[in-house]
Design a protein around this ligand. Structure first.
Ligand SMILES: Cc1cc2nc3c(=O)[nH]c(=O)nc-3n(C[C@H](O)[C@H](O)[C@H](O)COP(=O)(O)OP(=O)(O)OC[C@H]3O[C@@H](n4cnc5c(N)ncnc54)[C@H](O)[C@@H]3O)c2cc1C
Length: 383
C-alpha cells in the first residue's frame, strides 16, 4: 500500500481533531452511554472527512477507498470503540449504497446532509428474529399508490436514538428472498417510527444502540435506493465496505493495546525484574505483533483490490474474520499481563477487551464469514 502526501494530510487532520475534540470527552461519553453525534459529525463534515470517497457532485471528495481505510485506521486512535463505530456507520455502512445507486434527487436529499454532518445516518438491516440470516428479515414496505407503507422493526440500530434517517432493508415484494427486498431512505421523524428502547451493552458504551419500531410508516416510493427488488444485492455490496472498515479501524487500536502493554510491563516490577523481562510475556507480545501485521497485510491487499475495482468478497470476509479473532486474542492476552489493573474499568486494554468483542458478531458473525469464504473457495454452493 503506497501512502501519498494526500493520505498523510487526511491522517494528520483527523488526528488533530481526535486529540482536540474527541479524546478529551471520551470518558464522559462512555459514562453517559451516548455521544453528541450531530455536534461531532458537523465538525467532521466541516473538515471534509465524512465524504472522502463520495462523489464530488454531492459534496464528497471523490477519492478512492484507500482514503477511507486511512480514516478508519486513524479513528482507531480514539480511546474507545463506540465513537469510531458510529462514524463508520455514517461514512461506510449506511451511505455506500445510496451514493452508488440512489437517484440524483435522493442523493441531494439524504447524502449531501450526511456528508456535511447535518444529518446522522443509521443502518436498519438486523431484526429481533433475523441477524446472520439477512434474507429472512420480516419488515415489509407495501406499495400503496405512490408510497410504501412500512411495518415491522429493526434491532441493534447503531446511532438509532439520534439518527435523522435510516437506510432500511425491507421486503417490498413476495418473490424469492434474495430478490424481494429494497433499500429505502426513511426519515426517522416520519409518523409511525418509534424508538422502542435504547439497548444497554457490555461495550461500545459511547455508541447508542436502538430497537426501532415501524407502524404504518408512509414514505414516497422515490425514497427507494435504486431498483425495487435489488436491496439484498445492494446490501451485500455495502457489507464489503463495512467489513473492510471494521478490519481497518482495529489495526490502530490493537497496535495501541500492544504498545501500552509494553510500556506498562516495562515499568512493573516483580521477582527482581520486570513483567516485560519474563520471556513468556515478551514472546507473547512478539507473537501478537506478528499476528497484527498479518491482519494489516490482508487488509491492505483487500483494499488495493477494491481500489482496482476487483471483487473483494473473499478477502474482505477474511480480513473481517481475522480482525474478529485478533480483537479477542490481543486484548485478552494483553489484559493478563496487566494483572489486577487489567481487570479495572479505567484500563484502555479492558475497554478494548469489551469493545472489540463485537467484531466477531456485528456486520456478519465469524461463522458467516467462514461460510462466505467456503463458498468463494468452491467448497459450498453459492446461492
Ligand atoms: C452493538 C451492536 C451494534 C450493531 N449495529 C447494527 C446496525 O447499526 N445495523 C444493523 O442492521 N445491525 C447491527 N447490529 C447487528 C449485528 O450485525 C448482528 O448482531 C449480527 O449480524 C448477528 O446477528 P444476531 O445477533 O441476530 O445473531 P444470530 O443471527 O442469532 O446468530 C447467533 C450466532 O449464531 C452463529 N451463526 C450464525 N450464522 C452461522 C452459520 N452460518 N453457521 C454457524 N453458526 C452461525 C454465530 O455464532 C452467531 O453469533 C449490531 C449489533 C450489535 C451487538
Amino acid at each position: 500500500m503506497q501512502f501519498t502526501p494526500e493520505h498523510e494530510a487526511v491522517r494528520d487532520t483527523l488526528l488533530r481533531f481526535i486529540d482536540r475534540e474527541i479524546n478529551p470527552h471520551v470518558e464522559e461519553w462512555e459514562t453517559a452511554e451516548i455521544f453528541p453525534a450531530h455536534e461531532v459529525f458537523r465538525s467532521l463534515g466541516r473538515l471534509g472527512l465524512l465524504g472522502l470517497t463520495k462523489p464530488e457532485a454531492y459534496g464528497g471528495s471523490g477519492l478512492d477507498w484507500s482514503f477511507a481505510m486511512v480514516m478508519a485506521e486513524t479513528l482507531g486512535r480514539i480511546r474507545c470503540g463506540g465513537v469510531p463505530m458510529a462514524i463508520g456507520v455514517q461514512t461506510d455502512m449506511a451511505t455506500p449504497a445510496l451514493a452508488r445507486f440512489g437517484s440524483d434527487e435522493l442523493r441531494r436529499e439524504f447524502l449531501v446532509p450526511s456528508i456535511t454532518g447535518e444529518f446522522v445516518a443509521c443502518l436498519g438491516v438486523s431484526e429481533t428474529e433475523a441477524g446472520s440470516d439477512v434474507a429472512s428479515i420480516r419488515t415489509t414496505a407495501r406499495s400503496d399508490g405512490g408510497d410504501y407503507v412500512i411495518d415491522g422493526g429493526k434491532m441493534w440500530t447503531t446511532n438509532g436514538t439520534q439518527a435523522d434517517w435510516m437506510c432500511l432493508l425491507a421486503n417490498t415484494g413476495d418473490g424469492p428472498a434474495h430478490r424481494n427486498k429494497s433499500l429505502l431512505c426513511v426519515p426517522m421523524n416520519t409518523p409511525g417510527v418509534s424508538i422502542s428502547r435504547k439497548i444497554r451493552k457490555i461495550g461500545m458504551m459511547a455508541s447508542d444502540t436502538a430497537q426501532v419500531h415501524f407502524d404504518g410508516v408512509r414514505v414516497p416510493q422515490r425514497f427507494r435506493i435504486g431498483e425495487e427488488g435489488q436491496g439484498f444485492t445492494y446490501q451485500m455490496l455495502q457489507f464489503q465496505e463495512e467489513r473492510l472498515w471494521a478490519a481497518a479501524t482495529l489495526l490502530q487500536s490493537l497496535q495501541s493495546c500492544i504498545e501500552e502493554t509494553i510500556a506498562y510491563t516495562r515499568e512493573r516490577k516483580l521477582f527482581g525484574s520486570t513483567v516485560l523481562a519474563q520471556q513468556w510475556v515478551h514472546f507473547s507480545l512478539a507473537e501478537l505483533q506478528t499476528e497484527l501485521e498479518s491482519l494489516r497485510a490482508l487488509t491492505y491487499r483487500a483494499v488495493e483490490m477494491l481500489v482496482r475495482g476487483e471483487d473483494v468478497t473473499q478477502l474482505a470476509s477474511m480480513a473481517k474474520l481475522k480482525a474478529g479473532r485478533l480483537a479477542r486474542q490481543i486484548p485478552d492476552s494483553c489484559l493478563q499481563f496487566w494483572g489486577g489493573m487489567g481487570y479495572t474499568m479505567e484500563n484502555p486494554v479492558s475497554r478494548l477487551y469489551r469493545d472489540g468483542r463485537l467484531t466477531s458478531i456485528g456486520g456478519g458473525a465469524d461463522e458467516v464469514m467462514l461460510s462466505i469464504i467456503a463458498k468463494q473457495m468452491g467448497i459450498l454452493a453459492r446461492r
